[in-house]
Design a protein around this ligand. Structure first.
Ligand code: SF4
Length: 509
């Protein structure tokens, strides 16, 4: 099976070579696989209502979860601040997973270090790993801030981050004034959205420099934002309204960095000075609710700030966001945004016939799902299955309220805390026209023959989608583009058999 270096076959071609075919056949025999007929019979049964009931009776087992670990979110929050190095107190394997997960989505290097805990640390505690790790990380990478979070192992043995970091300062291995926010992020509870929230709160409370007078600014918290185009869109809207604002965790340059021929470990982000001053702002607007819950509560209670949540997906929510900004600043909404709005409405009108009345499933993080729902209901799409693994009561109530407010939301069911194997049963027993979700939905697409429109996180198997926006009027056009053209692609695939189905293989759609 030696490869010819002048003609390397990628794995798509390679595994169809006779030697591999033989190897796979032998493997099947060796493993004592059931017959093809038996496999088919069981596969068919798993599509039935009978199997769905058994599947939904499942309690202790998760199959194909639709969520990530808490530290993953903590990393994303941290890299949006100037000169910040994420430090994961735990094993190497965990932090490798977080780095690759983010890199596979953003196609950018994501730097994070770990305290490399092994069996020793699990038994005796991770103090020396933490102290040595902080010393090495600071000496090697010269960060302006180190943001520490934990993995399951450190949490199970109960390592005390605050006192460990204090010990490192007493030992003099790191400067006394180096900011080191820390967040406990055990992954046996919550998900990446909670990890984001915990780290954001820790960074802001660590840096906060409260003064007696307001700085007159407005903070904007994007949340666990994976569309870098959204940060650009947000900045554009803020500038158009003449708002003096601070984006809290501005990941745009880190996760969509220009290639200027030189590697940089740190990129521009929210300056530590602006982050420290954010407690003196007159208000904070979060663009996601469930990734910023604790941070917003802290700002409201301790900083006495006005806090709002605006999720500007679709026309109505973008209107509300802009009107809110206009009210807060006294500045009018400029003509250029009115024109943009008109373009989005025009595009939606052009395409509505293809989407109106279509049924859909959607899975993902709570805020993404809410944003997509807002847009789909505006287009007359009828959601049927809404599945959120990292759910919570507030999200479910908000989603049900939104669905109840629209004639198109009446047949929807919100499935909280369910995984993608549950969704498979739903799609087989109650099929829909298309589904929206992340790349993991491609297995459902293949299995259930229901087109997948990739919106959410992670998107590993398509390039550059994260560079676009989903918010604002520009974002509405992008959503429309992805959904409508996904439906048309599926229609072309369904009508492309010459002499059989191609009577509807139309040039004009
Ligand atoms: S679940 Fe825990 S142990 Fe597993 S990768 Fe996440 S943090 Fe590490």
């Amino acid at each position: 099976m030696a490869q010819n270096v002048n003609k390397i076959k990628d794995h798509v071609e390679l595994f169809h070579q006779p030697e591999y075919k033989e190897l796979f056949a032998n493997k099947k025999q060796f493993e004592g696989m059931p017959t093809a007929e038996k496999v088919k019979e069981v596969a068919e049964w798993t599509k039935s209502w009978e199997y769905r009931e058994k599947n939904f009776a499942r309690e202790a087992l998760t199959v194909n979860p639709a969520k990530g670990c808490q530290p993953l979110g903590a990393l994303l929050a941290a890299v949006g601040f100037e000169g910040t190095l994420p430090f994961v107190h735990g094993s190497q394997g965990c932090v490798s997973y977080f780095r690759t997960h983010l890199t596979r989505h953003f196609k950018e290097p994501v730097s994070a270090v770990s305290s490399s805990m092994t069996e020793n640390a699990a038994v005796f505690g991770g103090l020396s790993n933490m102290v040595d790790g902080l010393q090495n990380a600071y000496a090697l990478y010269k960060p302006k801030m180190i943001a520490v979070c934990t993995t399951c192992m450190a949490e199970v043995i109960g390592d005390d981050l605050g006192s460990f970091i204090g010990n490192a300062r007493v030992d003099g291995v790191i400067p006394q004034d180096l900011p080191i926010p820390f967040a406990h992020t055990p992954s046996f509870v919550g998900s990446h959205v909670n990890g984001y929230d915990h780290m954001m709160k820790s960074i802001l409370t660590t840096l906060a420099n409260k003064k007696d007078t307001s700085n007159g600014k407005i903070n904007f918290m994007p949340g666990f934002e994976t569309y870098m185009g959204n940060l650009r869109e947000l900045k554009k809207l803020i500038a158009a309204l003449g708002v003096d604002g601070t984006i809290l965790s501005d990941t745009e340059m880190y996760l969509d960095s220009p290639n200027l021929g030189e590697f940089s470990m740190y990129h521009e982000g929210t300056s530590l000075e602006d982050a420290a001053d954010s407690c003196n702002a007159k208000a904070t607007i979060a663009l996601q609710a469930y990734t910023t819950t604790k941070t917003l509560a802290h700002m409201k209670k301790k900083w006495k700030q006005e806090t709002l949540v605006h999720r500007p997906w679709g026309i109505k929510a973008t209107d509300e966001f802009l009107m809110s900004l206009s009210k807060m600043t006294g500045n009018p909404i400029p003509k250029e945004l009115e024109i943009e709005r008109g373009r989005a409405v025009d595009a939606m009108t052009d395409t509505q016939a293809w989407l109106h009345g279509k049924t859909s499933a959607i899975f993902g993080d709570p805020d993404t799902v809410m944003g997509v729902l807002q847009f789909m209901l505006e287009m007359g799409v009828e959601p049927v299955h809404i599945l959120v693994h990292n759910s919570n009561d507030e999200f479910e109530e908000e989603a049900r309220e939104l669905l109840a407010s629209s004639p198109y939301g009446q047949q929807a069911t919100v499935w909280g805390y369910k995984d993608l194997w549950h969704l498979r049963s739903l799609l087989f027993t109650e099929p829909v026209d298309f589904m929206i979700g992340n790349s993991y939905g491609k297995y459902l697409e293949r299995d259930c023959e229901i087109p997948l429109i990739r919106i959410g996180y992670p998107i590993f198997d398509r390039h550059h989608l994260h560079r676009y926006s989903t918010i604002g009027y520009g974002g509405a056009i992008n959503l429309l583009n992805w959904i409508a053209n996904g439906i048309l692609d599926a229609l072309d695939r369904k009508t492309d058999i010459a002499g059989e189905t191609d009577i509807s293989f139309d040039l004009v759609r």
